[in-house]
Design a protein around this ligand. Structure first.
Ligand SMILES: Cc1cc2nc3c(=O)[nH]c(=O)nc-3n(C[C@H](O)[C@H](O)[C@H](O)COP(=O)(O)OP(=O)(O)OC[C@H]3O[C@@H](n4cnc5c(N)ncnc54)[C@H](O)[C@@H]3O)c2cc1C
Length: 341
């Protein structure tokens, strides 16, 4: 949703009654109008998907003044249904986040802003954050719940199938494609380990190494013993209908029918601002955070996919809750220290 005023919205759309009769707490247009430049809140949460909203809920329940800024590009947006999150199994990603946002909105110290944060800097004991639309906001603490961006390989049809029939995780989507003709796209140690895991869901499994196999002779024998085929031909295209895989086409023009393929992709941090603030990054490319979601920079916290390879909604939510609780505890402690002086 773009940022524009309630008055302009009503003028452009003519939707007067709906906008007026929405309860104020749930009315995003009201909240956007309220977000003023140079505002100071206790906590800014950058990223308002599962992890950010979980942090916001913990902080809202702790009566903290919070601003959640979200650019609305969660990594699972192309997947039709989300699984393995208790009480929400089989719901669409949007259904889950909308229900979450509705519940978080009932805490009236939480405000939302749809937009992208483009700058963040630290002064003595507060942070300055700037959005692409030019708003400047200050906060005592910053939480980054900004996720990661998958880097799609140069294979025709791959990105169209991502999250639909090209899958990142069997715990999220394996049950729905159990026993189907399945592939793993990978090579070496990773291809070997991933194939072993996926063989739990289907006996019809091929490891596509997309070029010469780099598995050890021992690994090759183990896969063969478990009837997992290894195909070394280079992959040219994934043939699909609206993201539903039909077959895998090789460079030599031959093809093999296939219903699902698993692949773990390289990734980039969705937001580079934590790094620019000085937060340490692990060798795998995650933000370094401790068990309480504290990064290596004082006052800066991170939660969700950006810190963790256990990529599920459940872990994103768990880490968000922890971040919210930790931030509140720090604010409480700081108040007591100040009062002691
Ligand atoms: C294709 C796919 C399917 C999946 N299916 C499942 C499933 O079935 N079950 C399951 O449990 N998990 C699933 N997952 C994993 C799950 O989606 C993630 O673990 C979860 O979305 C992580 O939540 P998050 O809040 O950390 O990050 P995201 O959900 O990725 O959200 C990050 C948010 O931060 C915002 N943001 C980033 N930078 C900025 C900025 N500078 N300013 C403002 N906002 C910013 C983004 O726009 C986005 O809204 C799937 C993942 C993928 C990729």
């Amino acid at each position: 949703m773009t940022n524009f005023s309630r008055r302009r919205f009503i003028k452009q759309t003519g939707i007067v009654s709906t906008a007026f009769f929405l309860p104020l707490r749930f009315n995003p247009f009201f909240k956007e109008k309220e977000m003023m430049n140079k505002k100071h809140v206790e906590v800014i949460i950058v990223g308002g998907s599962y992890s950010g909203l979980a942090a916001a809920m913990a902080l809202g329940r702790a009566l903290r003044k919070v601003l959640v800024i979200d650019s609305k590009k969660p990594c699972n947006r192309q997947t039709p249904y989300s699984h393995n999150f208790l009480t929400q199994d089989g719901k669409t990603p949007t259904e889950i986040s909308e229900l979450a946002k509705q519940q978080v909105s009932s805490y009236n110290t939480i405000e939302f802003f749809d937009g992208i944060v483009t700058k963040a800097s630290k002064a003595d004991n507060f942070f300055e954050v700037q959005t692409a639309s030019g708003n400047v906001v200050y906060a005592n603490k910053l939480i980054f719940a900004t996720g990661i961006k998958d880097v799609m390989p140069d294979i025709k049809g791959f990105s169209e199938c991502w999250g639909i029939s090209v899958l990142h995780c069997p715990y999220c989507h394996g049950y729905e494609v159990k026993s189907e003709i399945t592939g793993v796209l990978g090579n070496g140690e990773y291809g070997f380990e991933f194939s072993k895991l996926i063989s739990n869901w289907t006996k019809e499994l091929t490891l596509f190494t997309n070029g010469k196999s780099t598995l050890t002779p021992e690994q090759t024998k183990i896969l063969e013993r478990h009837s997992i085929r290894i195909e070394e031909k280079e992959v040219q295209e994934l043939e699909h209908v609206h993201g539903k895989l039909q077959s895998i086409i090789f460079n030599d023009g031959t093809k093999q029918s296939l219903q699902a393929v698993y692949s773990r992709l390289p990734f980039n941090q969705h937001c580079t601002l934590p790094e620019e603030l000085g937060c340490e990054i692990t060798v795998e490319g995650y933000l370094k955070a401790d068990a309480l979601q504290r990064t290596t920079i004082d006052g800066v916290f991170a939660c969700g996919d950006n810190v963790n390879r256990m990529r599920t909604v459940a872990s994103a939510v768990a880490m968000g809750t922890t971040a919210g609780m930790t931030v509140n505890k720090e604010l409480v402690e700081e108040k007591f220290i100040i009062e002691r002086r």
